[in-house]
Design a protein around this ligand. Structure first.
Ligand SMILES: Cc1cc2nc3c(=O)[nH]c(=O)nc-3n(C[C@H](O)[C@H](O)[C@H](O)COP(=O)(O)O)c2cc1C
Length: 168
């Protein structure tokens, strides 16, 4: 029986993985059976009655793995409630135009499967963790480093999504 909720994600440096874990933890606290898994490892959607799918934003876009996952499973995903979240550094600035840009990272997947909810969260950027290529880019754009994740906002979003998945 499809009684679980899937939280599927991609993450290059682990910060989105931790956001996905926090979302899963919040749902579990509400009594839901949850699996938090990298999108690339999920093969079968039959155990799931809903899916929450997220990616970090790199150069304005989602990473390929969750996009491929949604493309491959779009038929199953159209039959259950789906929510998307994006994690990006720009979100920290809070400016509505920038938030819109961050939300635009989800345009493609929204066209494949219409979500019941979307969320954008500030992420984490730590130079010491980055590949040389990524460090070069962040230096060029003078990106601000630090951990800007707002755990209460993330957990509140998870609760709001659960309300949409199973209205009282
Ligand atoms: C090369 C590079 C490009 C990035 N591009 C964006 C971007 O276009 N928009 C944004 O909001 N954040 C951008 N970020 C910030 C990441 O989305 C942020 O650090 C995120 O938390 C990384 O997630 P991860 O640790 O799961 O890989 C970029 C970071 C790097 C290193």
């Amino acid at each position: 029986m499809a009684d679980r909720i899937l939280v599927a994600y991609a993450s290059r440096y682990g910060s989105t993985a931790e956001v996905a874990e926090a979302i899963g933890d919040e749902l579990q606290k509400a009594g839901v059976a949850v699996d938090v898994r990298p999108a690339s490892e999920v093969r079968d959607l039959s155990p799931y009655r809903a899916a929450i799918i997220g990616s970090p934003i790199y150069m304005g876009k989602w990473l390929p793995e969750p996009q491929i996952f949604i493309e491959q499973h779009q038929r199953d995903l159209r039959n259950i409630p789906v929510a998307y979240f994006a994690v990006g550094l720009t979100v920290n600035e809070g400016n509505p135009d920038i938030i819109k840009k961050a939300e635009a990272s989800m345009d493609q997947v929204r066209m494949l499967v219409e979500p019941v909810e979307v969320g954008v969260f500030a992420g984490r950027l730590e130079n010491s963790r980055l590949s040389l290529a990524d460090r070069t880019i962040t230096k060029l754009v003078r990106a601000k480093t630090g951990d800007f994740r707002n755990w209460e906002a993330i957990r509140a979003w998870a609760r709001a999504v659960l309300q949409k998945i199973e209205p009282a």
